[in-house]
Design a protein around this ligand. Structure first.
Ligand code: GLA
Length: 688
């Protein structure tokens, strides 16, 4: 059930607002809330995310009255609603009458009530009640004109993404039976002859609990797949109910950026709008770089359509060990970054800062000091400013580079401890490769390993540990049609059942890359080998490989130290106008930038000559206009060259002269007639 024609979010402006929890406040506060929301340009709020216990006070006994009134107050104030199905957390009465619905950890301990998400994703009781509650919400409010979006559950898997209870075990067995049909299939897939794990009855099969030693890796990988699917099934139950009652309303569930536990490609298939919760750490001066990768994924999950940043913090969060507030201007640049990357708005957790409970120290648009709080002054000013960007709504990001995000490879290379090295890190690799492209001036989309790759010149594959023939064929076809593919270390290693491909890595990618890996050669902690690229030395901490050129690949860089000295480190195999690169080592950032500079040149794409990682430029475009966001994420001025006579939408019609000084945390949005190539923004060489 893929959702080919998503239902649109009917909002006539960029979305602005936040989670709203009126059930934490007396009714008179609601009126003040709406007055201040209007002052701040708020047009959308999410509610009632955690309110099931306040709505169904005992089994079958509903108290809708307060929510009826809240919705009327918001509607009267012109505020639209992203209506939650209120199924993010169960009421105590449900848990206490069905304690078997509570999740278990890998040690077999039951997790208690007292926080949120206190449910096993496979629990039939929970599933039945969730469907009932979603229907009750849809039947009561689905026709209300204020409701423009369904918000299903909340951050699936945030606290409980994996469950080891008996119900999950039974569900896991059913899932395995569907995939492998019979025990012979399972035994073959799991390679049970190693360490004597043959199963002779389904009842013997369990989820991978804590065991005597390293657990069967295919069992671990299948449990990751199953657990993601179990939450997907839960999501689908609500989606089906909502589509039945309100077929025209769009549906979303809020994602958590690049979240390991759930395969978001599959979740996005069944929703109408991708929404994301993003909390870049203000204490990290480079947090905007991984944020850009997260946003690249969000826009790509539905083929480049706009998505929506549904939650971010106005200032500090309250769930890190140290929660640093956002400096003045940081919230604005963070919000504009998400919009630059295709978000049709910027929303917050939450509207009004709580006075009690787990999140009372989490910032909000309206802080504890109310109208006097800095967060209110800043978010209100930004809400008004945002109206200048109305034209950007619906415009799509222009990117020529895509990075493969593959959950199977992420899980496979991290679920087991039985690896050449536990230091490779799928996410670290993806971030490092993306970081190099960011430094060189490119916004990067995400893509599945099987494509489609239309519209891209360059596809990056930082790691594809699990590779099947169809993925390899798709990547090779892209190279044969003139595209450039770059594959990173420890790719093409195993098939989907985690069996090493015949002949070893890169398995089915051999035709694309023209190399064979004799052995991975991980680098011990604290050591670093080196690679030589055109006379320069590049550090290779963490990982190297013994590579043999097998088939018409040319050597771009060689190892310079250690046992591998003189052997190929980076190679390129030509495919007509295209090419397949293999980077066999984990390279330090500067070295990766040097390699990617060559890759971009090979792909016919521009690269910044000088690098400032605080500079980011992203172009969204509609049929007539390129909107180029130029952002300075840093605390120093940045001078860039920009197209002459570009109109800065945020500057109220100021016209620039080709050279632009961006203040610390400064942003411009340049509108220019849509060109064949979007403007490529570089640091100015003029030094006066
Ligand atoms: C998540 C949740 C919210 C809130 C925020 C706090 O995004 O969805 O309910 O807890 O974290 O940062």
């Amino acid at each position: 059930m893929t959702n080919a024609t998503p239902r649109p979010l009917r909002l006539d402006a960029l979305a602005y607002g936040g989670d709203y929890n009126p059930d934490q406040w007396p009714e008179e506060v609601w009126h003040e809330d709406v007055r201040l929301m209007r002052e701040a340009g708020v047009n959308l709020v999410s509610l009632p995310v955690f309110s099931w216990p306040q709505l169904e006070v005992s089994p079958g006994e509903y108290d809708w009255a307060w929510l009826d009134r809240v919705i009327e107050v918001l509607w009267a104030g012109g505020i639209r609603i992203d209506l939650a199905t209120a199924t993010a957390t169960p009421p105590a009465w449900l848990v206490r009458s069905h304690p078997e619905m509570l999740p278990w950890d890998a040690d077999g301990r039951r997790l208690e009530f007292g926080s949120r998400q206190a449910y096993c994703p496979s629990s039939p009781v929970w599933r039945e009640h969730v469907a009932r509650m979603a229907r009750a919400m849809a039947e009561r409010y689905g026709e209300h004109p204020a409701v423009v979006l369904w918000h299903v559950s909340n951050e699936y898997g945030d606290h409980v993404a994996r469950c080891w209870c008996p119900e999950s075990a039974a569900h896991f067995r059913r899932w395995l039976e569907e995939h492998y049909r019979d025990l012979d299939g399972l035994n073959e897939a799991w390679g049970v002859n190693v360490w004597g794990q043959r199963y002779t009855a389904w009842e013997q099969v369990e989820p991978p609990r804590r065991a005597t030693g390293p657990v069967n890796p295919t069992q671990l990988l299948d449990f990751e797949r199953f657990s993601s699917d179990a939450l997907l099934e839960l999501f689908r139950i609500e989606v089906d109910v909502l589509r039945d009652v309100t077929p025209d309303l769009p549906v979303t569930t809020n994602f958590m950026s690049l979240f390991r536990e759930l395969d978001y490609w599959r979740f996005a298939e069944i929703e109408d709008l991708v929404t994301d919760d993003a909390y870049p750490d203000p204490a990290d001066p480079h947090a905007h770089v991984p944020a850009a990768l997260n946003y690249g994924l969000m826009r790509s999950l539905k083929g480049g359509r706009p998505w929506l940043l549904l939650e971010q913090a106005a200032s500090a969060v309250s769930w890190r060990a140290v929660n640093v507030p956002k400096a003045p201007g940081r919230m604005r640049v963070d919000s504009l970054q998400a919009i630059a990357h295709g978000s049709d708005g910027a929303m917050f957790f939450q509207w009004r800062q709580a006075r009690y409970g787990q999140e009372k120290f989490h910032s909000a648009m309206l802080g504890h000091r109310g109208e006097q709080s800095r967060t209110f002054r800043e978010t209100a000013a930004f809400g008004r400013e945002l109206q200048r960007l109305a034209a950007v709504k619906g415009a799509r990001v222009r990117s020529r580079v895509a990075l493969v995000v593959d959950w199977d490879s992420w899980w496979g290379s991290s679920a087991t401890e039985s690896l050449p090295s536990q230091r490779l890190g799928w996410l670290a690799q993806a971030r490092a490769w993306h970081g190099a492209l960011h430094a060189l001036g490119h916004a990067v989309d995400a893509v599945r390993a099987s494509g489609p790759f239309d519209g891209y010149d360059l596809v990056l594959v930082p790691n594809l540990y699990v590779t099947d023939d169809a993925q390899a064929a798709a990547l090779e076809a892209f190279a044969a049609s003139g595209g450039t593919v770059v594959v990173g270390p420890f790719s093409g290693v195993v098939d989907p059942t985690e069996k090493v491909h015949p002949g070893g890595a890169p398995g089915p990618l051999r035709g694309l890359l023209g190399v064979e890996v004799d052995e991975p050669w991980p680098v011990p902690d604290g050591a670093a080998e080196q690679v030589e690229l055109a006379g320069d030395r590049i550090d290779a901490p963490v990982w190297t490989e013994w590579v043999e050129v097998a088939d018409e690949a040319s050597v771009v860089a060689r190892y310079a130290t250690g046992v591998l000295a003189g052997r190929p480190a980076v190679t390129r195999r030509a495919h007509g106008a295209g090419g397949g690169w293999y980077v066999s080592a984990v390279l330090a950032d500067e070295g990766l930038v040097a390699i990617m500079r060559r890759v971009l040149d090979d792909a016919g794409l521009p690269a910044r000559a000088r690098i400032d990682r605080d500079l980011e430029a992203v172009t969204r475009a509609d049929a007539e206009t390129d909107y180029t966001f130029v952002l300075n994420h840093g605390a120093h001025e940045i001078v860039v060259d920009v197209p002459e006579d570009a109109e800065d939408l945020l500057g109220g019609g100021d016209r620039t002269t080709g050279r632009l000084v961006l203040a610390p945390l400064g942003v411009v949005v340049l509108a220019t007639p849509r060109a064949a190539e979007p403007p490529f923004i570089t640091l100015s060489e003029t030094t006066d």
